[in-house]
Design a protein around this ligand. Structure first.
Ligand code: DC
Length: 633
């Protein structure tokens, strides 16, 4: 879900296939239905909780960590809380709230979610992936993220489909084994205690003589053996060879043997003549008393005063170390997570992209990384998902920055020139939208220089006045939501450059060669690495003489004056100008723009003339697009 949400963006269309009737179904199970969202531990502590391939996670954690997922979920209106061991849960204790938060995030990002859709096959032909589902097939995906989970809890959809797909695309899959799984013991006595939870105990696991696990925490007995957080974590350390592994439960981890012995002695002395099973009631949950006494070899019916010193010592050691032998791990389908999965050395840890198949990504449990309980595994899933999604979004935004013609893979330019108020900019904007490339309004740059001059008190706009100002004048372009903003000395002046005063000033400063040279350099740079629609006066003739498409958009001067008059009237910026004055100013501006010595306004020889005098905006745009499409045929 996170991979899909992060991949979705302006330049990407993302489809999320989920075989379940709901996305995120496995989250229902985590934290016993409360959803242990993540853990507040630091990165080092996270690494210690990831027994296999922790280093693979470094950069993914750097990019998206526990604070990020908490913020994301809280942003969707779900409050979280931190519990023992740094475990983070929804305040409501309902995993469904977390699922809702993630679903709403995914939907807001515009992902097309296809539920009840099982993916059967993914193949790649040339640059294009085809995804076959049970009901049909979809082609022309540029990228595919496999985030199918492991093989644990198949009822949640984790049936191992992703491994097969990864293999079919050439990847190595490290054999999936259960991890975080309950253990079946040789001993039958746990059955008598089924359901009993032990808190604050210490569990030690040994394989042969080697201690492989030794932690404090919580565990519980089941009908066939043991489970609970300590056991699940221990299981991942013995998953290679669970059979015969030994477990030891320390019921009193806070007390050393000596201290415990004096505590036992005190209990016995305070309960003289009582049966031993009653005398130690304060030490153990009652259901465990006969079991522990049995292990210690002490007759429960015996009275305290007849207890031998050796028996007392045996009782103390039983309390410190109840032994169990593992028969086997429970069935893999019951494992909370699967260890094993797609080999990490075949995946780029920064982007989660396959090193073997370009455009193929992996996220979550399908990768050969697994962690202990405590919210660590889910964080691995979010971090790898976010890394994959972001890498994809970035890949296409990069291509956006360097937009090419999809057919020829070349950068190209559309030049639109013409006199003021001929409808150039409206046509240019429409064309840029239609072609999916950026629009650059060069007039705005001349306007910014004029604004600076006006601000400096310059009235005549002569080159003597303007030139000295230029070295300290910084004109730049930035894009906000795809719209061009002109920055003058770092200030966004978009809202200040459309007045009549600035229009007249711009027409005057644009006649100064030094101004033109400065701005033309910026304009050429902008078109160097990306496809553009650029409008102005000299784009096709001077700035971008090699532009693939050139247009000269014009209209009768009366019509242009009328349009400009209406525009200013609408904005409430007429400031008393009459229609006649507007016509006079427009004629003057035309005259200045087309008679100036340096690069005057004129139609480039190879430009197509479009007269908009009798055209609506839509007709003007359609006319430009029509020529572009016609030329490519
Ligand atoms: O397109 P516009 O009205 O915003 O342009 C403002 C002035 O800048 C206009 O009078 C002509 C001048 N200009 C120019 O000389 N060369 C360009 N490429 C763009 C505008």
């Amino acid at each position: 879900m996170l991979a899909a949400a992060f991949a979705a963006g302006e330049n990407t269309v993302v489809v999320l296939f989920d075989r379940n009737e709901k996305a995120g179904k496995k989250l229902y199970l985590t934290g016993k239905g409360r959803c242990n969202i993540t853990n507040i531990a630091d990165k080092q502590e996270f690494m210690r909780n990831i027994p296999r391939n922790p280093r693979f996670m470094f950069s993914a954690f750097d990019g998206f960590f526990n604070n990020d997922i908490i913020a994301l979920i809280e942003d969707q209106g779900v409050k979280t809380k931190v519990e023992r061991g740094g475990r983070v849960f929804p305040q409501s204790d309902k995993s469904s709230d977390v699922i809702k938060a993630l679903s709403s995030f995914v939907k807001k990002r515009g992902v097309d979610i296809r539920l009840n859709t099982r993916v059967k096959e993914v193949s790649k032909d040339g640059d294009v992936f085809t995804v076959k589902t049970e009901g049909g097939h979809y082609d022309r995906f540029d990228c595919v993220v496999i985030a199918t989970g492991g093989v644990s809890y198949p009822s949640t959809g984790s049936t191992g489909d992703g491994y097969g797909i990864a293999r079919s695309l050439g990847h190595t899959v490290v054999s999936p084994l259960p991890s975080l799984i309950s253990l079946v013991t040789e001993e039958n006595w746990p059955c008598e205690l089924a359901g009993l939870t032990l808190k604050n105990v210490k569990l030690t696991a040994k394989v042969g003589k080697k201690v492989v696990y030794n932690e404090l925490g919580e565990m519980l007995f089941t009908h066939t053996g043991v489970s609970g957080p300590l056991v699940l974590s221990a299981s991942s350390r013995i998953a290679d060879a669970p059979e015969g592994a030994r477990l030891f439960i320390d019921m009193k981890p806070a007390l050393d043997e000596q201290t415990l012995e004096s505590r036992v002695l005190r209990d016995l002395e305070g309960n003289k003549h009582k049966q031993i099973k009653n005398a130690i009631a304060g030490l153990l949950p009652s259901r465990m008393i006969p079991i522990v006494l049995g292990i210690a070899g002490v007759d429960p019916e015996k009275t305290t005063d007849s207890l031998l010193k050796s028996e007392r010592k045996q009782l103390v050691s039983a309390l410190k170390s109840i032994p169990l032998t593992v028969k086997m791990a429970s069935d893999i389908s019951e494992a909370i997570i699967t260890r094993g999965g797609v080999k990490t050395s075949e995946i780029d840890p920064k982007t989660m992209e396959s090193k073997l198949v370009e455009g193929l990504y992996f996220a979550g449990e399908v990768i050969d990384v697994d962690a202990y309980t405590g919210g660590f595994n889910l964080q691995v899933a979010y971090s790898t998902g976010a890394a994959a999604g972001r890498a994809i979004a970035q890949k296409y935004s990069k291509e956006q920055n360097k937009m090419c013609d999809v057919r020829t893979n070349e950068i190209f330019a559309v030049a639109i020139d013409g006199p003021a108020s001929a409808g150039k900019s409206t046509a240019a904007k429409g064309v840029s939208k239609k072609l999916g490339i950026i629009y650059i309004d060069t007039g705005a740059m001349y306007r910014a220089v004029a604004l600076k001059a006006i601000r400096m008190g310059i009235t005549e706009f002569t080159s003597e006045e303007i030139e000295p100002m230029l070295p300290d004048t910084d004109v730049a372009i930035s894009f906000v939501n795809g719209e061009q903003h002109v920055m003058l000395d770092g200030e966004d002046v978009n809202g200040l450059i459309r007045t009549q005063e600035v229009s007249n000033g711009a027409s005057k400063v644009s006649a100064i060669p030094a101004v033109r040279l400065k701005l033309v350099e910026l304009q050429r740079k902008l078109a160097e690495n990306t496809s553009v629609v650029m409008d102005g006066r000299d784009i096709g003739s001077y700035v971008l003489p090699n532009a693939r498409y050139k247009f000269y958009v014009t209209a009768a001067v009366e019509e242009r004056a009328r349009r400009r008059y209406l525009e200013l009237e609408q904005k409430g910026q007429l400031n008393g100008i009459t229609m006649e004055q507007m016509l006079k100013e427009t004629i003057e501006r035309d005259e200045r723009d087309s008679t100036r010595a340096f690069v005057p306004l004129k139609q480039a020889e190879d430009a197509i003339l479009i007269d908009t005098t009798h055209l609506s905006i839509e007709e003007a745009i359609a006319s430009v697009i029509g020529y572009i499409e016609g030329k490519d045929k």
